[in-house]
Design a protein around this ligand. Structure first.
Ligand code: ADP
Ligand code: ZN
Length: 348
């Protein structure tokens, strides 16, 4: 159940109604002092037991070791199966707390309160959670639906712009793979949207959640459409050792994968220009830090989890709002699009 509402923290009772009387708020060390402490205090005033557990912020802490530490702390606090987890934070926190809730005492109730734009429109929706491993991201995790997802765009007032951008990229992606009209709204409204307290942003978040939910509900056959831009994007993140943020890498990935669709005669070149323009409007730099080795990138894409028989697969776009399936692309077409990327997006 997704609830979109303002000032969620001002009404702590509504967060916990129907979910018992013991609550473990899980957060990270950035979000905890801004919102976690206040929520702990407010819950403690109600007739419930509340605890706050936080871990250092950042993807590098999304590990089994962190999960174990949180579990130890919760067990030492005497928390049992009658505890509800409240995840309060970005995607790292919602992934970590979701996985923890799925396995703690064989599964306990879970409320997600995403505080980053990426977590609101992407990470919280669809029930996937997990932790990273040195061999890859999200390799260990589960599918576990939260009891409630509470979205409040007011949290974004404290989110740095570069973090907002990561969310915008996934919203643009949702338009491209799922809803042409949504994409057109993003084209129309960019500058106002950048202010975190605009009602328009709240509406666009709600629609983005709806598009992702609908795609997820159609099953695994459709869910892969959400990987648009991500075959190239993940490989770029990996090759640049995360010098590019997820949003920046996926934005470039969407352009390269769109270029493949243009080269194969599916997508109109003018539509690629629109995708590029909308990404630029949301202040995505669309620049490579240095020229990328095409062979190195291809090798990483071959290891991508969507590859079959060592052949990478991509979500190709027929038109904005109308994707084709996830499919193999012949190597010369991939190399051609990657060369285009180096020529167009590398200033060195
Ligand atoms: P993402 O949400 O992009 O998957 P994270 O969970 O790491 O990734 O969140 C990105 C960064 O933003 C982290 O440093 C996190 O602590 C911080 N953050 C999340 N929400 C807020 C917020 N509302 N205000 C300030 N910082 C936030
Ligand atoms: Zn993504």
């Amino acid at each position: 159940m997704i609830i979109i509402r303002q000032n969620i923290l001002k009404d702590p009772k509504s967060i916990i109604t129907g979910l018992g009387s013991k609550f473990a708020i899980i957060s990270d060390e950035n979000v905890s002092p801004i919102y976690g402490q206040a929520l702990l205090k407010d819950l403690s005033k109600l007739d419930v037991e509340a605890f706050l557990f936080s871990f250092p912020s950042g993807e590098i802490y999304k590990t089994r070791a962190t999960k174990e530490r949180l579990e130890d702390q919760m067990l030492e606090a005497g928390l049992g199966p009658d505890t509800c987890v409240i995840a309060l934070g970005g995607g790292v926190v919602t992934d970590m707390a979701g996985f923890l809730a799925a396995t703690y005492c064989r599964g306990i109730p879970l409320v997600l309160i995403p505080t980053s734009l990426l977590a609101m429109v992407d990470a919280s929706i669809g029930g996937k959670n997990g932790v990273d491993h040195p061999l890859g991201k999200n390799l260990i995790g589960s599918l576990y639906e939260p009891d409630k997802i509470l979205i409040d765009a007011g949290f974004l007032k404290s989110l740095p712009l570069h973090e907002l951008r990561n969310g915008f990229v996934e919203m643009i992606k949702h338009g491209i793979v799922g809803d042409q009209r949504y994409f057109e709204s993003l084209e129309k409204y960019p500058s106002g949207l950048l202010s975190a307290d605009s009602p328009l942003l709240e509406r666009m978040i709600a629609q983005s959640c709806r598009i992702k939910s609908q795609i997820v509900q159609q099953g695994t056959g459709k869910r892969h459409l959400l990987n648009f831009g991500h075959t190239v994007g993940h490989a770029l993140e990996n090759l640049t050792q995360y010098e590019l943020s997820h949003g920046e890498a996926v934005a470039i990935g969407m352009l390269v994968e769109s270029q493949m669709a243009v080269n194969l005669g599916h997508l109109k070149p003018s539509s690629l220009d629109r995708i590029k323009a909308v990404l630029a409007k949301y202040t995505l730099p669309l620049k490579l830090p240095s020229e990328i080795s095409i062979d190195a990138l291809l090798n990483i894409m071959i290891l991508d989890k969507k590859s079959i028989n060592s052949r990478p697969r991509f979500v190709l776009i027929n038109e904005i709002g109308s994707p084709l399936n996830c499919r193999h692309v012949e190597e010369p077409v991939i190399k051609n699009a990657l060369q285009w990327m180096n020529d167009a997006l590398c200033s060195h």
